[in-house]
Design a protein around this ligand. Sequence first.
Ligand code: NDP
Length: 300
Amino acid sequence: MSATILDGKAFAATIRDQVATHVARLKADHNITPGLAVVLVGEDPASQVYVRSKGKQTVEVGMASFEHKRDADISEADLLALVQSLNDDPAVHGILVQLPLPKHLNEDLIINSIDPAKDVDGFHISNVGLLGTGQKSMVPCTPLGCLMLLRDHFGSLSGKDAVVIGRSNIVGKPMAQLLLGDSCTVTIAHSRTKDLPDVVRRADIVVAAVGRPEMVPGDWIKPGAVVIDVGINRIDAPEKGEGKTRLVGDVDFRSAVEVAGAITPVPGGVGPMTIACLLANTVTACSRANGLEEPEGLTA
Ligand code: NDP
């Protein structure tokens, strides 16, 4: 058996189209242009790539993109003042502070200084609490993308056994909350979980968010289960030439694809969904801020 490939790249393109349609409507009917502000502190190369990509896609769907680059030695007070100015700016509907921040800056303090209504990453403590209590919130982009892929595949997730491997605040925990919200029976596994292979084998849905290359082999997967691989790991690829590398997930794709019912590839699975959901969150935030109807199907 060979699994259905859940094509996140193609699905992300359909989400961007929906966002673009809603943006065009906001402009035509209400003269409102949704705006996303991204704050980048320092020179981290991976963060620079992400921010460039976010800015480009923001403009492509018709939204305004505001990039604020600051030196790595910015003081906490100055960064807080920048966030406050974005909170106060009516042209800005979404604010994203690219993580990680340099060590001298308190990430929690900075994130919790963002207006929760503009917190399009969904990391503000208010949004975490709202999600945990099943209320309307801004939902973290990567788990939201995973949920959309799962809903698209299954229709209803009600009653499914789901295992989330990883309990981080940005992926594992919100993912588990979202699956619970869709009436799955959810297990959260982590580095202290006993008999992880057996725990994973019980699941109809496996979400791997560990950060360990190809850790989950096919023989941990229940035949027919749906596997969402969040991991992005760069490993050496001597077969491509000296010094070359390639990206792999947290799941051993080659063995898992033979057992699973459906699986996301890496790259081209969850990754593209994350930025698409950031755009979706921004247009949702803009609609809410203006008391207008939210776009359908773009949030949890
Ligand atoms: P974290 O490092 O914050 O969390 C990793 C989690 O995995 C922890 O809860 C840890 O458990 C658990 N873990 C580590 N080792 C094991 C093990 N041997 N068995 C079981 N559980 C284990 O990572 P993130 O959640 O931030 O990211 C996870 C992966 O997802 C990374 O590869 C990251 O690059 C990728 N990612 C991809 C995104 C995308 O857009 N596709 C976005 C964000 C992340 P414990 O808590 O006990 O230490």
